[in-house]
Write a protein that binds this ligand. Sequence first.
Ligand SMILES: Cc1cc2nc3c(=O)[nH]c(=O)nc-3n(C[C@H](O)[C@H](O)[C@H](O)COP(=O)(O)OP(=O)(O)OC[C@H]3O[C@@H](n4cnc5c(N)ncnc54)[C@H](O)[C@@H]3O)c2cc1C
Length: 410
Amino acid sequence: MGRSAKRVAVIGGGASGLVAACFAADAGAQVALFEKQKKLGRKILVTGNGRCNISNRAVDSSRYHGLNPAFVNNVFARFGPAETEDFFRSIGIPFVEGKDGKLFPASLQASTVVRCLEYEAVRRGADIRLHRRIDAIGRKGDGFALRTAGAEEHSFDAVILAAGSCAYPPVGASRIGYELAASLGHRIVDCFPSIIPLNVVEKGTRLLQGIKWDCSLEVLMGGKKRAGSTGEVLFTGYGISGPAALDISRAVNELVTRGEIPEILVDFFPEMSEDDLDELIAEVAADGSKPLDFCLAGIMNDRMPAVVCGFAGVDHGKKAGDASPAEKSAVAACLKGMKLTPASPRDFTEAVVAAGGVDVRDIDPRTMESRLVPGLYITGELLDIDGDSGGFNLQFAWSTGALAGMSQQR
Ligand SMILES: Cc1cc2nc3c(=O)[nH]c(=O)nc-3n(C[C@H](O)[C@H](O)[C@H](O)COP(=O)(O)OP(=O)(O)OC[C@H]3O[C@@H](n4cnc5c(N)ncnc54)[C@H](O)[C@@H]3O)c2cc1C
């Protein structure tokens, strides 16, 4: 008599769970996927503004963070971007390339990604159980007993925990994944929100609310550069948002949650040197009668000069002729490096990803199997690995899901 199929539970029908279910079913396992919500892949649906930035051409460990980012090298060596692209093409989703190496499904629709993954998981034999939240994972003999919120109990030979992170609760994200992993003895690295707008202490930026400007941002701690990004910054009532601000948010929030307060320097004219700006101001201010802020009116949004003068500590209404060279230089210096002080991180509600999570020292990167609990596999953003914006987080979810799934042969 042949051996019966291995019974595998996948907890979570998001990015890594759906891929894990496909590969586990292919490996011959009898797969049950539990999703606590009424729909699969709700977070996938909001990725890339609904277009799903599915991966990136420049996947590399330098784009990942956590206590041990080199973990991703072992993951991608076994199931990397090329294998991911092949898998998606095989299920009818070829990729197209956008700006900065970003990859998208050719449909440019996240919903088609969820539909195709669901179709594939079912076609390969996975049993999808919606509206089933797993509240407890216990050991039962060599296997596991899972308890749902409705107090049903199910037995399995192996469990793939793909419950995601606590970032972005509007699509149902919660802390339950960490709780389940911790209940089985895994170490959890404290979480903080990443790829998120930043609160700043200075009130002056409120006057810039709604303005978008291409800037260079630098994060300095004790004079040393910790992060930087150039791109659009959106000034808001609380601080800064927009792609460049989101890019530096991880470095800022990591420091702030440790109680270290870095400086954020805003360069409004990355293409010009401070000397060029000094000269420009001197030229416009030559007749001496214009107020200082008006001298900048031709090169900036009209609400910006007064704010920049304020940050430079110079009266913006002062006639250029009455301003000292030091005051004019202070304004030019501020255009190249307006100093902002980050305040407490904003809530996970707005975070694209959560930094922190299950300590990867407890996970075998070749299979995603726990080193503490044989038969338990942990995937995706629940792990203490977070990627930059640009498709890196989904890539990690696809790869870890595939590895956990492939490891389910008897
Ligand atoms: C607004 C936004 C935009 C994003 N855009 C991009 C992008 O363009 N590119 C990119 O690479 N990344 C993007 N990300 C990040 C990316 O979506 C995540 O990194 C990825 O979805 C993580 O996959 P996962 O499988 O770990 O978790 P998820 O996809 O979050 O899936 C986890 C699933 O588990 C379910 N679940 C949780 N606990 C239980 C339980 N106890 N029982 C049953 N089910 C449970 C959840 O309901 C959920 O469906 C974005 C994130 C957000 C919030």
